[in-house]
Design a binder for this molecule. Structure first.
Ligand code: 2GW
Ligand code: MN
Length: 296
């Protein structure tokens, strides 16, 4: 039976299932010019994806950083809500990176799910806490994740799962459309516009949100290596990209097109109300207390 497959069975290639209905959502864009699907509710049958990925015992690493005040503020909600909605039935390993490992509270995980806590240093500047995630993720993929997990998905911690965030989100290289920009024209995108930065871009396809990215382990390794080396090159040149790691991520996905895009249903800003494109909120931005979290 499927349960007796040998350890390396997750390496067998998964069949391409063509169950996407690109016409199910006539009001929104469901495919990119390079033919990558943009995943909107209604386009897919969740059971098709689950049957295939659960049968293959597909393994997914979920990385999340909870450094300093973000640990108490967000981690528990992120993890407990993920246990209700994120890739249920798959082999999920959470990689929690924190400077305060002893403060990570135990939460009850389903049997096919694990959590590993990895200690990291706390960078002084918040911009570095955010940007240096790229280096830490790359190192963790190299030393550990690639041996255990076929896919890696990287999440901001300041968010809460509210609905199915399932295996339909898996793909070779996955990017997320930013909730604020998905309907706006290209010239409003907040790409880095400083020619001195490695993240500089004049044109692009979409504005991607760095709160979620993922894909096959080897592809996420490439992405994080690219972003980290660009960040370090900027440091040598005394420049910093406008939106830090997110600017470099946008440059990466301009040069290396993602194979699958997630609609903003996968990461919605609940301050935006009455948007009929959003049929389901799968994940929402958690409220931010800028005073408490950033200023002090
Ligand atoms: C970040 C900013 C200000 C003060 C603190 C922090 C902070 C972030 C922190 O003290 N501890 C910590 O663990 N972080 C991690 O970095 C945490 O996982 C958090 O979700 C992530 C990104 O920071 P966040 O969520 O405050 O930034 P956002 O929501 O404005 O994120 C977008 O822009 C960022 C770059 O400025 C990143 O690209 C991020 O991926 C984007 O969603
Ligand atoms: Mn965030």
């Amino acid at each position: 039976s499927a349960l007796n497959l040998p350890m390396a069975s997750f390496r067998v290639s998964t069949p391409i299932i063509n169950t996407l209905n690109f016409r199910a959502r006539p009001v929104v864009v469901t495919r990119t010019s390079w033919k990558a699907p943009i995943m909107w509710e209604g386009m897919f049958d969740p059971n098709h994806y689950d049957q295939m990925y659960i049968k293959n015992q597909t393994s997914v690493a979920v990385t999340v950083f909870a450094v300093g005040r973000y640990l108490d503020a967000y981690l528990k909600t992120f993890l407990t809500s993920a246990e209700k909605h994120l890739m249920l039935g798959l082999q999920v390993t959470y990689y929690v990176f924190t400077d305060l490992p002893e403060n990570v509270t135990n939460i009850k995980l389903a049997p096919n799910r694990n959590l590993k806590v990895i200690k990291v240093e706390k960078h002084g500047r918040w911009q570095d806490i955010s940007m240096m995630r790229m280096k830490t993720i790359s190192d963790a993929i190299e030393s550990e994740i690639r041996h255990h997990c076929r896919y890696v998905f990287c999440f901001d911690v300041d968010q809460e799962f509210k609905g199915r965030f399932g295996s339909e989100a898996l793909g070779d290289s996955v990017a997320l459309l930013h909730a604020w920009f998905y309907k706006l024209p290209n010239n409003t995108f907040t790409y880095d516009r400083n020619p001195k930065s490695k993240a500089f871009m004049q044109a692009g396809d979409y504005y991607y949100h760095a709160a979620i990215f993922g894909g096959l382990s080897e592809n996420v390794k490439n992405l994080t290596d690219y972003c980290y080396s660009s960040i370090m090159e900027d440091k040598l040149n005394n420049v910093e990209a406008l939106w830090h790691d997110e600017s470099h991520l946008n440059k990466y996905f301009w040069l290396h097109k993602p194979s699958r895009l997630l609609s903003p249903e996968y990461c919605w800003d609940p301050h935006i109300i009455n948007n009929s494109d959003i049929k389901v909120t799968r994940l929402i931005w958690a409220p931010k207390n800028y005073k408490a979290l950033r200023m002090r």
